[in-house]
Design a protein around this ligand. Sequence first.
Ligand code: PEP
Ligand code: MN
Length: 345
Amino acid sequence: MIISMKLHATRAEIDAVCARIREFGYKVHSIEGEERVVIGAVGVGDVTACLESLEAMPQVEKAMRISAPYKFVSREFRHQKTRVRANGVEIGGDEFTVMAGPCSVESEQQILTTARFVREHGAAFLRGGAFKPRTSPYDFQGMELDGLKLLRKAQQETGIGIITEVMSDSDVEMVAEYADILQIGARNMQNFALLKALGKTSRPVMLKRGLSSTVKELLMSAEYVVAHGNPNVILCERGIRTFETATRNTCDLTAIAVLNELTHLPVMLDPSHATGKRSLVPPLARAGVAIGADGLIVEVHPQPEKAFSDGAQSLTFPQFAAMIEDLEPYIRLWSTARAAELVTV
Ligand code: PEP
Ligand code: MN
């Protein structure tokens, strides 16, 4: 069940509702927004009796039953799409969002030239890992704090938003000082200590789907972050592992449409990791726009052949510019479709 309190309910009123829920045998998780508190009740009990009792309490705005195992992130809980604000940009709203940049931050020159170029070509966010989750311990592990400082420099110069990966719960506070959006990599989607720590920050989080994770598991991971206090979560499809070897991963494009039915959270597509091959990035990006993703996160490098990581899937600057130009008519259709959706909601 989800219980939405009236605006500006007092602490005593919230505590009274929580106590009543516990009397029915449920566990309580609350998310406290600036104006409104929403309480999630989980467990086994007499749902109907509990709902009736709560609805009779004057401080309760609405109490409803939610059948999915994830509550706060489900469309049943909130029909309207969540808009996540970062660096003055809304993700999940009426603008298609492009995030672009290298796989890893490698040098001042590399990140600054990329920031300028992608900014000029419509990217609202610069991506670039300072902490890299590499399959081999012998591969480049990232510039760490120095990389974060270079991202900040790129932001100061261009005004672009920053999205960068955080790999460990102990780094959340530090990375949150430099990033507008905290990226959680596929390999960390079920790092529960990390997810709990992300709940404690107010920075938006972009959660990438795990290599072998189901849509439900992705939503349960998002639920962790929200249930621990941070409602600003963005999801990202980046391909999953299958028997197919023609591409680095298999893009589960349908998952974007499925997620749009199941959750109100914004959903991004990463066509770079989904394919592993730069020639396949623009066609997949087009499909992502058509299926209703809220945006794209794409790898771009000034010299992909010299990239420290993921060079084969990184677009060159001219290729990125051409892709954005090619996407324009599709994004116009996307905007029309989104405006119609907003009206029906
Ligand atoms: C990345 O974005 O560079 C990355 C490591 O992605 P993923 O976690 O999806 O593999
Ligand atoms: Mn990468």
